[in-house]
Design a protein around this ligand. Sequence first.
Ligand code: IMP
Length: 417
Amino acid sequence: MHKADLIVGLQWGDEGKGKIVDMMAQDYEVVARFAGGHNAGHTIVTNGKKYALHLIPSGILNPDAVNIIGNGVVVCPANLMKEMSQFDNLEGRLWLSDKAHLILPYHQMIDQAKERMRGDKAIGTTGRGIGPAYADKISRSGHRVGELKDVETLFVKIVEYLNQNRPVFEAMGVDVPSENSLKEDLERYRDGLLPYITDTTQMIWRELREGRKILLEGAQGTMLDIDHGTYPYVTSSNTIAGGACTGMGLSPKQIGRVTGIAKAYCTRVGNGPFPSEDFGPDGDRLREQGHEFGTTTGRPRRCGWFDAVAIRHACALNGCDQISLMKLDVLDGFEKIKICVGYEFEGERIDYVPYDLEHVTPIYETFPGWEKVEGIDDYDALPDSAKAYIETIERVSGVKVGIISTSPDRNDTIVRP
Ligand code: IMP
């Protein structure tokens, strides 16, 4: 049976999936996104041109690949159309599931209003309407991309919804869009997206049957998963491997090799527990050396040490076959490097991720640093201290580190047999 390979983030997002997906996408015939929305993002530079991708899969830069936005994704039509405008003609190369849910203008306003209302308990969302769109989907009052085929009916349903919820919106300070602007927007979305809308479930089954090479591109990271992450400081979708089944219409048996992407240290953007966060000069240095500022929102990322406990948890949840360790070069020049190998929780040492990650204290092992790994593309050429660091990650996580990235350049990548 043919299977689809999968790439997932193992931390709190921003692991550097973009570089690996972009590299791998060159070898795949189909690349698909299965969860999240335009809260994700990375920039790819090819042939001197810069592309900002938030929703469109990275396979778009491989002219021979077909790209799918699956049913598990939430789609903001205006943003998708803006993203599409970076490319000449995507017809036949980009497909959008008719079952994906729409992010409509009021979702974004609700997201931002709710964050304001949470005050110092704010999640620190990207403010893109992701949570409210998924909330409408689950409460069965959302609207699907396929409804754009009949804008008249969709318009009537949305107006009904807005009227029913008007008192709530007013109390939240959310401006309800006027009927005229809503109608115009929906017609614009229909005109821009209709040629791309299809039944992607049938499509991916057909591609698998015909033996095409398929890559499933995860967004965000395992610790932001709605069920298994640091709830409520999470995103609103299943970011883990299981999300690829529901978000594409694949059975677990159709998932092939799983590559988990992890940075050689840890970052988090937004609020919520982050046990190995470093508030001192090392954290600042990681942020500077790693250019740790959000691609979607520009926010400075919180930085800290590699959390091997969280990685083991993530590898188990995703069934990882290998880890791809990113940005090892960012640790160049540190005299000492730490790995969180356990947590102290309620007076005991534990080696798993508990329900309440807020109240654990990290237990570290400290390693001697190294001078420079930047640009190294051969495992044997790595300094012994870097090898010891990688081997500790393998020992604690129980998963082989198969890929190591030593600079943003595609060529500076170690692929171990
Ligand atoms: P939302 O997905 O916009 O609702 O945001 C929920 C949480 O997930 C916030 O902490 C965001 O910062 C975080 N988040 C969402 N998307 C990403 C991402 O692509 N990278 C890193 N963090 C993200």
